[in-house]
Design a protein around this ligand. Structure first.
Ligand code: 13P
Length: 242
């Protein structure tokens, strides 16, 4: 049985004060599912300290594909592990589209994260154009193949995947639930023997209004929430439904 998971990606939002308020709200969270918060890098220690007596985990929104060395501005998986992070997002579409990360780099990040003992959440998804041209499944397959090639077939024995159609992120347009379910089912089948254990999250304009329907699908094991995770009332509501 796969445990439900609710993840909040705060992206580049917040300041010390506002993050303290968000975290205070998280202390009252009632949730049977696993919860992970992804604050901006510089606030990770603050969030870790404030959540240390809870079961809420903390992760990073990005990580370097390198292990150590002269890579100005980068943060390694080992550093994240060192300060107490358990998870990191890799290949978020904003990293891919705005910062030019390619499948190979994403696969290297995934590999380095696992080597350091972090649990990577591999983000996958297509643009609207790719969807309209019928390229969604082929693209997702290629993204997964690059990870398999780099990290080996067993890398999915303890990983999490997030399907985030790029056109649904921050747009208020969530993909149709049956379309999402089909993609999730495809990803699970693609992961072969590890598919049944792998948690596959959906992200893209998730709100309290569509959470229950999403989580009711056979292959949607959780949600990766952007904008609505900054509203503690909305986030708590989504956690309660999971
Ligand atoms: P929104 O929920 O704001 O669409 O963002 C989704 C996302 O990118 C989560 O990683």
């Amino acid at each position: 049985m796969r445990r439900s998971l609710v993840a909040g990606n705060w992206k580049m939002n917040g300041d010390k004060k506002n993050i303290a308020t968000l975290v205070a709200g998280l202390l009252d969270l009632e949730c049977k599912a696993d919860v992970i918060i992804f604050p901006p890098y510089v606030y990770i220690p603050q969030v870790l300290a404030s959540l240390s007596d809870t079961v809420i985990a903390v992760g990073a929104q990005n990580v370097s594909e390198r292990k150590v060395g002269a890579y100005t501005g980068e943060v390694s998986s080992e550093m994240l592990r060192d300060i107490g992070c358990q998870y990191c997002l890799v290949g978020h579409s904003e990293r891919r589209s705005l910062y030019g990360e390619n499948d190979r780099q994403v696969a290297e990040k995934f590999y380095q994260a696992q080597l350091a003992g972090l649990k990577p959440i591999l983000c996958l998804g297509e643009t609207l154009k790719q969807r309209e041209q019928g390229e969604t499944l082929g693209l997702i397959s290629a993204q997964i193949d690059t990870v398999l090639d780099c990290a080996g077939v067993s890398c999915f024995s303890d990983a999490i995947v997030a399907y985030e159609p790029i056109w649904a992120i921050g747009t208020g347009k969530s993909a149709a639930v049956d379309q999402i379910q089909l993609v999730h089912q495809y990803i699970r089948e693609k992961l072969g023997e590890f598919g049944a254990k792998t948690r596959i999250l959906y992200g893209g304009s998730v709100t309290p209004a569509n959470t229950a329907e999403l989580l009711g699908q056979a292959d949607i094991d959780g949600i990766l929430v952007g904008g609505a995770s900054l509203d503690i009332g909305a986030f708590s509501e989504m956690c309660q439904m999971a």
